[in-house]
Write a protein of this length. Structure first.
Length: 278
């Protein structure tokens, strides 16, 4: 593959590394739904590890740090540290894994400690999500296999015919199974090549001229490099869609299973305020 060589990897890494650190901070802010971590790092950058002198303010900051730590590691967006303590107690009491609640996502109400049944996806919706997931994975697999192909997909401007090209031959993309047109075949009549390759006589004449040109190998090499970079972007996009699709399907599936258990959301010795809104 015509990817960047080792001589410029360090320069690329110098740009990518700070970008990845920035993305990591944004991901933490998104997961914890708070800028506390970022602000805390900025405070340490200015004041070092010097503790806050006021005990009440220090206690408040420590509480916020504990709350954000719970959101980060548990993946459940609780509103307060008290709510986090109650949720931990509730999961231990009922044998529920914290990662199960994290998988439920917005389908689980951390304050009421119950599944939002009215938001549960239907079985048909879950089936569509699963079909979409397999479709995206299949597209990603095709892109991965095409990444190692020695042929590039090109299109003739005059006839809009798509074909696979290499420095020595060209093959019609459709219909499948058509014979390839090679440089040595160009000595034959255009009609004979047209019948064998499914290209029209006009296309055969054009392609034979390209195959005989001196810059053919360099042109195909450049087109193949561009195609591979495009495939890399498509693979990354397919991975992102696959992850989102998998999480969406798994969230609905886990929430359905948790709802079927019918667990009492209340804790011993406490009174739970029920959400009676329409």
């Amino acid at each position: 593959m015509d990817f960047p060589n080792a001589s410029n990897i360090s320069s690329v890494f110098g740009v990518v590394a700070p970008l990845l650190i920035g993305v990591a901070f944004l991901w933490v802010v998104w997961r914890t739904e708070s800028r506390h971590v970022l602000l805390n790092r900025l405070w340490q950058l200015v004041h070092g590890k010097q503790e806050i002198s006021d005990p009440q303010v220090r206690a408040f900051v420590d509480e916020q740090t504990s709350l954000i730590s719970f959101r980060m590691f548990a993946g459940v967006p609780v509103a307060s540290l008290k709510e986090a303590h109650q949720l931990i107690e509730w999961t231990k009491l009922n044998g529920v894994q914290m990662r199960t609640l994290s998988m439920c996502g917005e389908l689980f109400d951390a304050e009421l400690r119950q599944v939002r049944v009215h938001k549960l996806p239907s079985r048909f919706s879950q089936t569509l999500r699963l079909v979409w997931l397999f479709f995206v994975v299949a597209i990603g697999f095709v892109c991965v296999t095409s990444l190692f192909s020695s042929q590039t997909l090109l299109t003739l401007k005059s006839t809009q015919r798509s074909f696979w090209a290499s420095p020595t031959e060209m093959k019609s993309a459709w219909p499948l199974g058509a014979a390839a047109l090679r440089a040595g075949d160009c000595s034959q009549a255009a009609s004979a090549n047209s019948a064998r390759t499914s290209f029209s006589e006009q296309e055969v004449n054009i392609l034979c001229g390209i195959l005989k040109s001196d810059g053919m190998a360099e042109f195909v090499k450049k087109a193949l490099s561009e195609q591979r970079w495009s495939l890399v972007m498509l693979i990354a996009f397919a991975l992102w869609l696959s992850w989102m699709g998998l999480f969406s399907w798994a969230s609905g599936s886990v929430a359905h299973k948790l709802a079927k258990r019918g667990i009492d959301p209340s804790l011993p010795g406490t009174q739970l305020s029920l959400d009676l809104r329409d």
